[in-house]
Design a protein around this ligand. Structure first.
Ligand code: ADP
Ligand code: GN1
Ligand code: MG
Length: 371
């Protein structure tokens, strides 16, 4: 039995699912947490499902603080959604507390587990097959940003310190390169050089923030397409999930992380780089929809820097994959040899594409600046 499966029976017994559990199986494509779907069978009703997750101990050192953030955010979102006439049970996540109380359960091996009701009638997409689908995710992430615009940011814990601090990511990469503890640097000289040629870029958003041009907001920070559940009938965004990294940040991070994942028609770990490219029409569709979702609340500086958000999130993500490759794949789940190096290469291909098409990206965002 794999490590995560071992305590499953103990963990299932720790929660009251309201009906007998009839099965629990691995679920989803996340890179960080261990996710299971739990099937229950209420008498005279159809099966009810739940998402059970073991929070990654490698990523999250303080599950107590992480869950305090999530309880605060989900309850706040629930109130905002209800006040606007929405369905809070579908549009906001909800935490099912363990029988012992508290927001999560710690198993006898020290693993931290949480449960959410499964949001039914939704689909989780791994790729943006149409501009409409990608736009719907943009509206949902923009709206998420808007709904949290008055959330007391100072009460949030930094669940992963310096998460999108690209300067810090660069420093960690350099340290891993200098140590080269597994002798893997020789496999990735072009990727290493790609990063070193872009050291200055790593400071662009942070400099703008330090100069007071970009405000700190509450951001999601992990806005991949597969972190929004879409209505299976209408195709609209229903519920933003994966709230582990909701922290104070720059709006560029949320915009950029969606772009780096969704504007490329193939998977993040595609090995045929000739298939990996930035679809500028998808960039344009997402920009329009994201700004619609934020309902005019971004400043002109924020809008102008959106292409930098896209480039920096792709560059930073590639740097993180490369660093993890160098240190021995400690953070991101891998399914094959050199998996993190393959992922890094797709990100750098996107960065290179963005550089070639930079003036087009700038022209797209500039049309939304207020006069
Ligand atoms: P990770 O941090 O590892 O990416 P996620 O929280 O994104 O973990 O969950 C992994 C997958 O589980 C998601 O991509 C989605 O398919 C599914 N999922 C998570 N929460 C829910 C939910 N409340 N309802 C339905 N599906 C969910
Ligand atoms: C992780 O958790 P998941 O799979 O949605 C990671 C993101 C990366 C992404 C790359 C907490 O996202 O930062 O951009 O992988 N999440 C965390 O696919 O590190
Ligand atoms: Mg996820």
């Amino acid at each position: 039995m794999a490590q995560a499966e071992q305590p499953l029976q103990e963990v299932l017994a720790a929660f009251d699912f309201g009906a007998p559990v009839v099965g629990a199986v691995r679920y989803g494509c996340g890179h960080i947490n261990d996710t299971f779907v739990v099937h229950t069978q209420p008498e005279n009703r159809c099966c009810r499902r739940f998402i059970l997750q073991r929070m990654s101990a490698a990523a999250f050192k303080r599950p107590d603080q992480l869950m305090e953030n999530i309880i605060g955010i989900t309850e706040y979102l629930g109130r905002q959604i209800a006040a606007r006439g929405g369905d809070r049970t579908r549009e906001a996540m909800e935490v099912l507390r363990p029988k012992s109380g508290g927001p999560y359960y710690t198993d006898s091996q020290g693993g931290a587990w949480r449960v959410y009701p499964f949001v039914e009638g939704t689909v989780c997409h791994q790729a943006a097959d149409t501009p409409e689908l990608f736009a719907a995710s943009g509206r949902a992430f923009g709206r998420f940003q808007l709904l949290l615009s008055s959330y007391p940011a100072e009460t949030l814990h930094e669940t992963i310190p310096n998460f999108h601090n690209t300067e810090d990511r660069l420093a960690k990469f350099k340290a891993a390169l200098a140590a080269d503890k597994l002798g893997r640097a020789a496999d990735c000289r072009p990727e290493v050089d790609f990063v070193l040629a872009r050291e200055q870029d790593c400071s662009v958003a942070l400099n703008a923030m330090r100069e007071g041009k970009l405000p700190v907001r509450v951001t999601h920070n992990d806005t991949k397409l597969n972190n929004v559940l879409m209505d299976e009938t209408t195709g609209e965004g229903v519920c933003i999930i994966d709230l582990d990294t909701v922290m104070p940040g720059l709006v560029l991070y949320d915009f950029g992380d969606s772009i780096r994942f969704g504007t490329n028609h193939c998977a993040e770990d595609e090995t045929d780089l000739s298939k990996v490219s930035l679809d500028v029409d998808l960039f344009a569709a997402y920009t329009a929809a994201f700004l619609e979702g934020t309902s005019g609340s971004l400043t002109n500086h924020e809008i102008k820097y959106l292409p930098w958000g896209a480039k920096l999130m792709a560059l930073e993500c590639g740097i993180r994959f490369l660093t993890d490759y160098l240190v021995g794949d400690e953070y991101f789940h891998i399914a094959r040899e050199k998996h993190n190096l393959d992922r890094c290469r797709t990100q750098f291909k996107l960065v290179a594409d963005m550089e070639v098409r930079w003036s087009e990206l700038e022209a797209i965002v500039t049309q939304y600046c207020k006069p």
